[in-house]
Write a protein that binds this ligand. Structure first.
Ligand code: NDP
Length: 326
């Protein structure tokens, strides 16, 4: 038996509870893992609370991330004792995930734990941090360099945003952060933000084109915020869009794209091909300051993941949450 969070949906309603689970209940897979740590991402918040249609199969253990040790494996690349990390691939959505002491899944989905990190640090990064790195890679791929000008990061006090601020600052970019929490301004400056702006400046309907300011942007908010960010990009600026914390709509015009040559780069972490994952994790090893990661991270026990999920969706969680499942 092992402990895990189970999400169920039946005539009694949608609920997540901490349960004793039997190994026989684990889904099929060629690698069984003793989980050391998991995390809480925005998507886990949706899965646990049922506030978004994330869970596609019931009952399900949520948790889109895990780090742990291989217990048994019939996959050629992994053997008992190996330290591994998992992010995405639909785990915690359609396949049992990381918010439990054990997981069984496809070895093809795993990456070896990067040597730069402990399992806890890898989960402090988690999908949010790895997505932040994918966004930075997208900016780089489209030619954004520190000399081009300021980079805007929205939702900066959250998971993706806080890691993005820390990484961009270490890479020498001038970072401007937006937040709805003025009390987190010092935290964001400590991570490396040169300036902190009120997110309300971006959240109402705006003009198709505004004053050119940003050379690059990482947006986790979507909706009017993403539209306003696009409208304020410099000529040939690049926006990496990865989130919908403010809404899934995109009430924008084509003006920034056809008049200023702005690039909107979509970023998806779930199905991201393995070679790019490995690059992202390797770059996190060199471009994320561990001291800053510690500053971003708080730790909770497995049982606390349920109430913390609701707080995360209310925007009341700072940075990243690591879950000690044991
Ligand atoms: P968090 O909850 O940690 O951070 C989200 C932040 O967005 C909040 O902290 C808040 O920042 C801001 N925010 C929340 N609600 C609103 C709102 N209504 N209007 C404006 N800003 C708001 O979540 P994560 O960092 O884990 O994820 C961020 C987003 O990125 C989510 O939408 C998530 O689904 C998405 N995501 C996408 C991935 C992909 O593969 N494309 C992977 C990972 C995440 P502040 O308080 O500073 O204003």
């Amino acid at each position: 038996m092992f402990k895990g969070i189970l999400v169920e949906k039946d005539e009694a309603g949608y609920r997540a509870t901490l349960r004793d689970l039997d190994e026989a209940q684990l889904p099929e897979g060629d690698v069984t893992i003793r989980v050391a740590y998991s995390t809480l991402n925005y998507k886990d918040g949706l899965a646990i609370t049922g506030k978004g249609p994330v869970v596609r199969k019931f009952p399900l253990v949520p948790g889109i991330d895990l780090a742990g040790t291989v217990e048994t494996s019939s996959h050629a690349d992994y053997q008992a004792g190996d330290l591994v990390v998992l992010n995405g691939w639909g785990v915690g959505e359609g396949h049992w995930g990381g918010l439990a002491q054990k997981a069984r899944l496809r070895g093809d989905w795993l990456v070896p734990l990067p040597t730069a990190f402990t399992p806890r640090q890898a989960m402090a990064i988690g999908t949010a941090g790895y997505t932040a790195m994918l966004c930075v890679l997208a900016l780089e791929r489209h030619g954004v360099t520190p000399d081009k000008g300021e980079i805007l990061v929205t939702g900066a006090a959250g998971g993706v945003g806080s890691v993005a601020v820390a990484v961009l600052a270490k890479l020498g970019f001038t970072v401007v952060a937006t937040t709805g929490r003025p009390e987190e301004a010092d935290f964001l400056k400590h991570l490396g933000a040169a300036e902190v702006l009120d997110r309300a400046l971006f959240s109402s309907p705006g003009k198709p084109l505004g004053k050119e300011r940003w050379a690059g942007a990482i947006d986790v908010v979507g909706s009017h915020t993403l539209a306003n960010v696009c409208a304020a990009m410099k000529y040939r600026g690049v926006v990496a869009a990865c989130g919908l914390a403010g809404g899934m709509d995109f009430p924008a015009s084509v003006a920034p794209f056809i008049l200023r040559g702005v690039t909107l780069a979509g970023v998806d972490s779930v199905m991201c091909p393995r070679p790019e994952r490995l690059v992202a994790w390797q770059r996190l090893g060199t471009d994320l300051d561990i001291a800053k990661l510690d500053l971003i991270t708080s730790e909770i026990a497995l049982a606390e993941a349920i109430p913390t999920a609701a707080k995360l969706l209310e925007g009341k969680v700072r940075g990243r949450v690591v879950v000690d499942v044991n």
